[in-house]
Design a protein around this ligand. Structure first.
Ligand code: CMC
Length: 438
């Protein structure tokens, strides 16, 4: 609401300042004129890890972390997961509205006409060692696509931007599947455009000698739902990287590769792989309590728990739990679910977790489903990156077309030496640490 303001009195000078408040927010630049001395730089905000800083205005994804709400373009995630396909949700995130039947058909045809990757990219992939981590291969290969489509540098051209968005959404499943098969030593499988987005991905992953791969429809739908749940999550670490790198007008391939690199960390998308590792380490329900005690004593973290924004329950985790049961009807129960449920129960009742508002997040159950479907843990984070590509691109497009945005460049509080002068080699004393180590 306009016409709201704060009055701030600088107790160093006694001067008062009126700062406009819009959307419950003050502009950091409005603090700059507040100075104790005219020669000073002016007041800044200090916010390591962006705990309380809005970096953009966005109309894409809404999260209310205290109430466990997630909406894409206003639509609740629960309704989208129940009623839409991933292709519809991708269209929604990028264009702001759900497609009509005609628009959806055109969109799917457009995506399908870009699913192949250039043969040189295939050869590039073949250069990786047999045991290369699929996420590392994914990150590098997405960046390498920038060399295949040099026109992608013209990021201010909307026609080119749109073509690169379509190419990236179409090609990431192909790259991901090739990364997976490379690790297993299997020949790469070309896309089959008769199939849906998720079915085709499963075809490229798992087709062997059969003339046509037909995915189990329950598993294909489960994967499609998982893609919907992972498609966007407003200004998370990797999306912030996408916007930050993109703000220098770097091309979308290298920007997206940087975002995927951020996603690969164990505190972000890499958590799904870590959850499986943790459940393996715990092994049986009997070991859950001692493991929780280890977490409480600060020796380790409960992977798949906690979130910067959700302080109630991650709504995606609830849908994933439901999806897991559908998958288990087909694949049989993954015994790790029993350990996960026991872990969740103990943690949700324990004061340590209650006090810190730590709840299962999207990664807690996703790995268990992926494993039941036949995925190796090393591909889990790549499975996150495929749908998040849509969110990264929607956010990138919004950033590029936002007249308020500029190259991203935070300030710092310098805490190093004041000016000093370079001594000669002979004048330099041996540092105390070097003496202690000798
Ligand atoms: N296990 C045990 N303690 C935890 C955990 C956890 N998973 N997460 C947070 N805490 C504790 C933390 O030690 C701190 O305790 P204290 O106040 O005593 O110092 C308190 O809870 C607050 O944590 P924080 O580190 O300030 O929270 P954050 O917002 O900076 O971190 C997080 C969020 C997701 C990085 C963190 O909860 C975490 O590391 N979780 C495990 C990794 C994980 O599952 N990541 C996936 C996130 S969801 C998918 C995605 O979007 O990437």
């Amino acid at each position: 609401m306009a016409d709201q303001s704060f009055n701030i009195t600088d107790n160093r000078t006694g001067k008062s300042y009126t700062l406009p408040v819009h959307d419950g927010t003050i502009r950091a630049m409005d603090l700059r004129p507040i100075k104790a001395d005219p020669e000073e730089f002016g007041t800044m905000t200090y916010d390591p890890a962006f705990l309380n800083t809005a970096s953009c205005r966005s109309a894409i994804t809404y999260i209310d972390g205290d109430r466990g709400i997630l909406r894409y373009r206003g639509y609740p995630i629960e309704e989208l997961a129940e009623k839409c396909s991933f292709m519809e949700v991708a269209y929604l995130l990028l264009n702001g509205e759900l497609p009509t039947q005609i628009e959806l058909d055109q969109w799917i045809t457009e995506i399908k006409s870009h699913t192949m990757i250039h043969e040189t990219t295939k050869h590039f992939l073949q250069g990786f060692r047999y045991n290369a981590h699929p996420m590392t291969m994914f990150i590098s290969t997405v960046a390498a696509l920038s060399s295949v489509y040099p026109e992608c540098k013209h990021v201010l051209d909307p026609t080119i931007r749109r073509r690169e968005i379509v190419r990236l959404i179409a090609k990431v499943p192909t790259i991901a599947a090739y990364c997976y098969r490379h690790q297993l030593g299997y020949p790469y499988v070309y896309p089959d455009n008769d199939l849906s987005y998720a079915e085709n991905f499963m075809n490229m992953l798992w087709r062997m000698a059969e003339p046509k791969f037909l995915a189990n429809p329950v598993l294909a739908r489960a994967l499609d739902i998982l893609f919907i749940l992972h498609a966007d999550h407003e200004q998370n670490c990797s999306t912030n990287v996408m916007r930050c790198v993109g703000s220098s007008q770097a091309d979308p391939y290298v920007s997206l590769s940087a975002a995927a690199a951020a996603l690969s960390g164990p505190l972000h998308g890499g958590a799904n792989e870590e959850v499986l590792r943790m459940l393996d380490e715990i092994g049986t329900v009997d070991n859950v309590k001692p493991y929780v005690d280890k977490v409480k004593s600060g020796h380790t973290k409960l992977m798949g728990f906690g979130h910067r924004v959700y302080k109630n329950y991650d709504p995606r985790a609830r849908i994933i739990k439901w999806t897991a049961n559908q998958v288990f009807e087909v694949t049989g129960r993954n015994r790790k679910i029993d350990v996960a449920l026991a872990l969740e129960k103990i943690a949700l009742e324990d004061e340590y977790f209650v006090k810190r508002k730590l709840y299962p997040n999207v990664d807690f159950y996703s790995g268990i489903i992926y494993e039941a479907m036949g995925f190796e843990p090393s591909i889990f984070t790549v499975l996150f990156a495929i749908p998040r590509t849509v969110g990264w691109l929607a956010q990138w497009q919004e950033m590029i077309t936002d007249p308020e945005q500029k190259i991203s460049r935070p300030r710092q509080l310098y805490i190093g030496h004041a000016e000093r002068h370079v001594p000669t080699l002979a004048e330099r004393s041996v540092p105390a640490t070097a003496i202690a180590m000798s």
